[in-house]
Write a protein that binds this ligand. Sequence first.
Ligand code: HEC
Length: 150
Amino acid sequence: MRFSWFVVAVCAAAAMLFAGSVSAQRRSHARGDSREALTLSPAEAAEMLSGMRTYLETVQGIVSALAENKVARVPEIAARSGAKLLGSMNPITGLKAPIGFTMMSLDTHDKFDKLAEKARRGTSRTEVLTDLQDILGNCTGCHAAYRLAR
Ligand code: HEC
């Protein structure tokens, strides 16, 4: 799986370089909603939403750890939303989704892994909070740009 997602990342980066924006023709404007619609199968959509709920649980776990001043709990919690979460997903979904979506998704998993690694080496609450702020920027940025087609 690790290898498959590496292939997805390389393909996505290559497509971004050579194909430019492929998203324009796929943009479908639901009334009052300018987010780009992702067309996934019901199983793929369920898988993606399950991953999203894991993200939210991770954010909750990190905030709780910070509130209780237990930075030592952060590595294990953050790693749940790292690249290993992709292991439960079909790599084809990453290729079907718009390039920007896939890149932002891979970047978010990477940020959680980096936070886990940093916290493992020992870091401050403020640094964890700053990294979380950055990660939440990915959450809101992607949610502002994409939605599931229905
Ligand atoms: C790569 C894009 C992307 C990123 C990054 C992303 N999301 Fe999502 N998320 C989506 C999309 C698309 C939906 C479906 C929204 C819709 O159809 O209206 C969604 C839905 C959700 C849902 C609803 C789940 C359900 O069961 O209905 C939650 C909760 C969520 N995201 C949390 C998060 C959190 C927390 C983060 C950051 C740690 C995050 N997401 C990052 C794209 C993303």
